[in-house]
Ligand binder design. Structure first.
Ligand code: ZN
Length: 496
């Protein structure tokens, strides 16, 4: 369960200013079980919790073993009080939120040492599964060997292993609250960074508040530990790397999936503002699309199955195909359950003030007004499953090497500004076959090496290939009568 303020500012009309938080609950597959708008964070969520518990009961589904929250993990106002029917549930604080609270002692998150601190903080909390790590090392060594690269030591090899590869192929667990290790490790690490400064002498930590922040947050160390006997990883498949087959995992720990959902939430509403009815409609439609995509990913829908977001249409297609053909054309479709009466989005907020959304009058009004058709929004809602708490293995090596100040130049590469000469050289280059170029330095321009190109994504590869970006020809080129590139109309345009 996680709250955000990203979308509430887009509400227009008389209710503008009454909505402050959007609270969402997701499941282990990344689907959003409920999204409500409230007037305050953590306030008035009892009916939402009641609705979720009733839905689980009616569906005959086991209660979830763990609930990750961004606040109220323990103490008198704990979320446990809301879930009074689920006595056995473990309430845990999302680890990324815990790390953000600790990082509150930093002077700024753009400090050159900030990333290193977060890497070490993550390492103080988690430990990797040794078996998974060894398997990945073996596979990586084989993969590099095929490219004639042979790292001598494990430390050298770790530099080639990315954060994403670690998160995909290796499982990890928290170090446990019984051991005093996590508390000691974090405190010692903070002490070690206490005097860390960048090359300009700016300290990383605000030592005046460090102690008070730590005293407050150390009580939550127990709240971030993995609950015992709960399987947080699901194997989603396998990948071949070198000669080794590596399993791929999806982690259900924390609210990473909801973080990703919140990034998309504001994009559900086109433009900058929407009145109550439109706000609600866009929100519900976005939720439906999001959940359908996550559901399809969870059950690995056949790629040749027709894709459609309209549940009503999918229902009818299956009903008719069963009548005529004797089989379902959309086997992944499951009939929705009966509406439980739970209130979603703005309906939830208004119910607390005794108001309701006036759908009928809005429809009546909109029928009188002619609204131009908008183009279909066919963009697929994709989920970013990056785990924000992941650390890079190479960071450990940096720790050993450190005590040297990290200069700004090392951590923040500055993009080179091209000189006028380079631009001239660019203009005189032949652009007949490679109109999309991305030069970096004048040195690279001189070398006859292959030109670096921007790689179009696979989704729009075709359209990019047929629609080259055309550089304006110089006066020199005009004189040479070289074949001039022309704007190619897109395929879609030709067809229409
Ligand atoms: Zn706590």
């Amino acid at each position: 369960m996680y709250s955000t303020r990203k979308v509430v500012g887009m509400l227009a009309g008389p209710e503008r200013g009454t909505a402050f938080w959007a609270t969402n609950i997701g499941n282990e597959y990344g689907q959003v079980l409920m999204s409500v708008i409230t007037a305050a964070e953590g306030h008035g969520l009892a009916s939402m919790a009641e609705g979720i518990m009733t839905r689980y009961r009616q569906a005959g589904v086991d209660i979830p073993p763990v609930l990750y929250v961004d606040r109220d993990c323990c103490g008198t106002s704990s979320v446990q009080n809301l879930c009074y029917c689920w006595q056995d549930i473990n309430i845990r604080l999302d680890i990324w939120h815990f790390m953000r609270r600790i990082s509150g002692v930093c002077s700024t998150d753009s400090h050159p040492l900030y990333g290193l601190l977060m890497n070490h903080l993550s390492r103080c909390i988690f430990k990797w599964d040794n078996g998974d790590l060894e398997l990945l090392n073996t596979a990586k060594r084989q993969e590099l060997g095929q490219k004639l690269m042979h790292p001598q030591t494990d430390a050298d090899l770790e530099k080639f292993i990315s954060k994403n590869e670690l998160a995909l192929h290796c499982r990890r667990t928290t170090r446990g609250s019984n051991e005093t290790t996590t508390t000691d490790l974090i405190y010692n690490m903070l002490k070690r960074y206490q005097d860390a400064k960048d090359s300009l002498g700016v300290p990383l930590l605000r030592s005046t508040i460090m102690q008070s922040v730590w005293e407050k947050q150390k009580h939550h160390i127990a709240c971030i530990q993995d609950p015992p006997c709960v399987q947080l990883y699901i194997q989603t498949g396998a990948l071949k790397k070198g000669d080794t087959t590596l399993p791929t995992y999806r982690c259900a720990r924390g609210s990473t999936s909801l973080e990703s959902f919140h990034l998309h939430l504001a994009r559900f509403i086109p433009g900058t503002l929407a009145n109550e009815i439109l706000f609600q409609a866009y929100l519900v439609e976005g939720l439906s699309r999001w959940n359908q995509n996550r559901g399809d990913n969870a059950v690995s829908v056949a790629k040749d199955e027709p894709h459609c977001y309209s549940q009503q249409l999918r229902h009818e297609v299956n009903r008719l195909s069963a009548d005529v053909l004797g089989k379902n054309l959309l086997p992944s479709y499951s009939t929705p359950r009966k509406y439980t009466g739970e209130l979603i989005g703005l309906d939830y907020l208004l119910s607390h003030t005794g108001k309701a959304l006036q759908y009928a009058s809005f429809i009546e009004k909109s029928e009188e007004t002619e609204i131009p058709d908008l183009p279909d929004d066919t963009e697929l809602v994709t989920e970013n499953t990056d785990d924000l708490t992941s650390e890079a293995l190479a960071a450990a090596t940096l720790l050993e090497e450190e005590n040297r100040p990290v200069s700004l130049e090392e951590t923040r590469p500055i993009l080179p500004i091209l000189s006028e000469k380079v631009y001239q050289a660019l203009a005189n280059e032949s652009v007949q076959s490679d109109p999309i170029v991305c030069p970096v330095t004048s040195e690279q321009m001189k070398r006859p090496s292959p030109v670096r190109r921007m790689q179009p994504s696979t989704a729009n590869k075709e359209s990019v290939q047929s629609d080259p970006i055309v550089c304006p020809a110089t006066s020199e080129q005009m004189k040479r009568h070289a074949p001039v590139l022309r704007m190619q109309p897109s395929k879609a345009y030709i067809e229409s």
